[in-house]
Design a protein around this ligand. Structure first.
Ligand SMILES: [Zn+2]
Length: 297
């Protein structure tokens, strides 16, 4: 074998590398993001760059193949340099959902036995569509398809998701050090209105979050192709229980109603429970997400 090229990035592979990676582990990573304003201090492609870098590092541990990131999704801020493909606050969805369905179908057609969609962009509708597609395609394709934001794998480390805040800034600072200019936050009337993000963000914090996410992604990438029908069914039930809580909360109160309880200790165990395949316990924790969402609907 001459000149084996070390890469797990689909677009950088020659056919020989693709065949060898595929034979070693038939799991594909689909990183999702967008281009969106992330303050004066963070690169505009933060969401996709972050998701892609996490998937690449995970696949370097586990094997598997990483598809190029998708720049485009649901919602986006009313800010400069931001592409808004579809509305954030609409139940209607004509671009992202069919795109993800086709993409997962294509990966299945090529023979992949597990699909991991990681969205680094996480408006509420983006999260719903990604998880919804994953659940439906898990059943339609009869292979496990996971569809979550990366921070759901780091809740127990204290990262509950933000936008250009301490979590995202720290992750990007660690993953792509040249793409954060923390001093420029002082020119930003929103993110720089106080010193919270400037003082709270660091590449070290980003590294701690990233390592946990990467380890869990690598575990899942190795395990998921082996999930037989019964385990897949439990996985689907678990993911649907979380999705239902989110959708019902939106219907009954507001889009973020279920996520108001994301800080609860039981909910923060999601990442660990997923890796340990304790799907019944994920169903249990989803009840915490409903706790305050049905009372005054
Ligand atoms: Zn972001």
């Amino acid at each position: 074998m001459e000149n084996q090229r070390e890469t797990i990035q689909w677009e950088r592979m020659l056919p020989q590398e693709f065949r060898q990676s595929f034979d070693k582990l038939p799991t594909v990573f689909l990183p999702l993001g967008t281009v969106e304003w992330h303050g004066e201090h963070d690169a505009l492609g933060l969401d996709a760059l972050k998701a892609h870098a996490l998937c690449v590092r995970a696949a370097n541990q586990s094997g598997g193949i990483v598809h190029p990131p998708l720049y485009g999704g649901m919602g986006g801020l009313d800010k400069p340099s931001t592409i808004k493909m579809e509305a954030e606050h609409s139940w209607e969805n004509y671009l992202l959902r069919p795109w993800l369905e086709k993409m997962t179908s294509e990966c299945h057609r090529l023979g992949f036995e597990a699909i991991i969609m990681i969205t680094g962009h996480y408006g509420h509708n983006q999260q719903i569509v990604v998880r919804e597609v994953a659940i439906r395609m898990s059943e339609r394709l009869q292979i496990p398809v996971l569809g979550i934001p990366e921070y759901w794998l780091a809740l127990d480390a204290g990262y509950l998701g933000d936008h250009a805040g301490i979590g995202e800034t720290s992750l990007l600072w660690h993953l792509e050090p040249d793409l954060v200019a923390i001093d420029r936050i002082r020119n930003d009337p929103d993110y720089g209105k106080n010193e919270r993000i400037e003082k709270g963000s660091s590449p070290e914090l980003g590294q701690a979050y990233a390592e946990l996410i990467i380890d869990r992604l690598a575990c899942l990438a190795i395990a998921m192709p082996k999930w037989a029908a019964e385990k897949r069914a439990k996985f689907v039930t678990a993911e649907r229980s979380i999705l239902s809580a989110q959708i019902q909360g939106w219907r009954l109160q507001h889009p973020w109603a279920a996520w108001q309880n994301i800080h609860l200790e039981a909910v923060k165990q999601y990442g660990q429970l997923l890796v340990e395949e304790k799907f019944d316990q994920i169903v249990e924790l989803s009840k915490q997400l409903r706790a305050n969402t049905t009372s005054n609907g």
